[in-house]
Design a binder for this molecule. Sequence first.
Ligand code: GNR
Ligand code: NI
Length: 165
Amino acid sequence: MSIMKILTFPDPRLRTVADPVEKFDKSLKKLTDDMLETMYSENGIGLAATQVNVHKRVIVMDISEERNEPRVYVNPEFEIKSNKSLFTFSEGCLSVPGFNEEITRPDQIILKWQNLDGDRLEDEPEGLLTVCIQHEIDHLEGKLMVDYLSTLKRDRIRNKLNKRI
Ligand code: GNR
Ligand code: NI
């Protein structure tokens, strides 16, 4: 396994729209192992392939306290079941290090994805999983948490992160 380098905002590569996975082979398994190792090494609860500059529709996640419930979602998509119920959560992002911002998202979604064998699965997630899955699918679309903020806030974050390097 190996730890991969995480791209940070405003790196333009984070704006790439990821391609669907077609081959469920050993290299896909290795990618998800490396992504999980990278996510755990940064104490993240999720990671999208886009963040490690691989533009395929793959996300990994672990929302457990014990950090022992790795999840892999290939070609994930969601449908909003109802826009009536919204959930506001203070989100962080490994590609926007050092910032936490409150973001409101739909609370009731139907999630469809494939596992590493290519089997198709479906679920109606709850709580943090609902937030995290939407955050990760945004990455696959080239969208970032900062896109939900005002231009002023986004520009401030960009300036601070640019000064870091
Ligand atoms: O580690 C992460 N924590 C987090 C907290 C609230 C909402 C979303 C997240 S995902 C983030 C890791 C990350 O950047 N995934 O893309
Ligand atoms: Ni993120």
